[in-house]
Write a protein that binds this ligand. Structure first.
Ligand code: SF4
Length: 373
């Protein structure tokens, strides 16, 4: 197949049910064709119309003439010593973003990006040093999940919980970007991902992580009902203003009030508070006790993240004893506060280490700057 011609065709991999139905109407096909295609695309993971054997051959040929079933292109694929895999994906316009798969004993989590770069500039985060290039489209977000399922050899999809031994069971929107600044596309993508007749990943297995875009938090819970994670990282506004500058707009008290009102949260579905452990910055026992005080009344758990260094990072990871003491104080107050084992550090795939070389285009030019060291 001629690649250039293929790239001009509308890509049906990653579209919603409504878009699929509209595409079928446009070519004069019966409405039930959209449902058949949905099954092939999202349940079977087909990338070729020719395999869709319950469609008549002339119709398959017609589909192939008009449409494509493309995945994002893999620019680089790396595997860590611990089994974590990272894909640098290149989208049709040449921009790149990263996706990470973290295998664990009882589950496999895919960390998905929502933007190329990020508008926020969290001080401890490598992505935050890359300016926002653009939002990812819904199809590009879904494409990351489909690409991972290809690479892991996990088609056809099975409903969440039905395949405990599966490699891709959970999704975290914790890759590059602030998902609540691209909410419409993230929501459209997650609705496709959650559809029980397709990729079938349950909302209970999806976690959206935000730096704290307070006005969008309620809508996220109401519309998507996914788990919520907050990048907290500090217990005073003074420090959080530095670590997560979005705090100047939405300070801790407002953020925690929004968390307390998050639709669907309960003791069985707790909000995760992420806290990166930075040596001599935010890791004292007094700060642990203040965290306990702040979280009172919120169904919460805390993830302590030993800082993952990246080239030029302005911080160091806290000492192991400091992390253990911090965790003990939270445990004693009744909070689950596991210390997250760093995964994929050797391939810069761990929390806060993601970055692509895509640069913001100058005026209308496409981004062509060379990769950063
Ligand atoms: S932590 Fe998240 S929101 Fe903050 S700069 Fe990094 S990618 Fe952006």
């Amino acid at each position: 197949m001629n690649i250039d011609i293929d790239h001009q065709k509308q890509n049906l991999a990653g579209v919603s049910r409504a878009e699929l139905a509209a595409a079928m109407t446009e070519i004069g096909a019966e409405p039930f064709r959209a449902r058949q295609l949905w099954h092939w695309i999202y349940h079977r993971g087909s990338t070729d119309f020719a395999v869709m054997t319950n469609l008549a051959k002339p119709f398959r040929e017609r589909l192939a003439e008009q449409f494509a079933l493309r995945r994002p292109e893999v620019a680089t694929a790396l595997t860590s010593r611990d089994g974590t895999r990272k894909w640098l994906l290149r989208f049709a316009d040449g921009n790149e973003a990263e996706t990470v798969h973290i295998p664990e004993e009882d589950r496999g989590t895919l960390c998905v990006s929502s933007q190329v770069g990020c508008t926020l500039t969290c001080r401890f985060c490598h992505t935050g040093t890359q300016r926002l290039v653009r939002n990812l489209t819904a199809a590009e977000i879904v494409g990351q999940v489909m690409l991972a399922r290809d690479a892991l050899g996990e088609w056809p999809s099975t409903p969440s919980g039905a395949g405990e031994d599966r490699l891709l069971t959970n999704i975290v929107l914790m890759g590059m970007g602030e998902p609540l600044y691209n909410f419409d596309n993230v929501a459209a993508a997650m609705k496709i991902v959650m559809d029980p007749e397709g990729l079938a990943i349950s909302r209970r297995k999806i976690t959206l992580s935000t730096a704290g875009v307070v006005p969008m938090i309620e809508r996220c819970g109401r519309e998507l009902g996914v788990n919520l994670a907050i990048s907290l990282h500090a217990v005073s506004d003074e420090l959080r203003d530095v670590l997560v500058p979005l705090n100047k707009k939405y300070p801790i008290a407002e953020l925690l009030a929004a968390c307390g009102a998050y639709p669907g949260s309960s003791n069985a579905r707790r909000i995760t508070f992420e806290y990166v452990m930075l040596k001599g910055v935010n890791d004292t026992p007094a700060e642990a006790r203040e965290l306990v005080r702040l979280l009172r009344g919120i169904p919460a758990k805390v993830n302590l993240i030993p800082f993952n260094p990246w080239p030029g990072a302005p911080y160091e990871c806290s000492r192991a004893e400091a992390i253990a003491a911090f965790s003990d104080i939270l445990f004693a107050a009744g909070y689950s506060a596991p210390v997250r084992t760093p995964r994929g550090r050797d391939i810069l795939a761990a929390c806060g280490q993601l970055k692509s070389a895509s640069q913001r285009a100058r005026r209308s030019e496409r981004a062509v700057e060379p990769a950063e060291a």
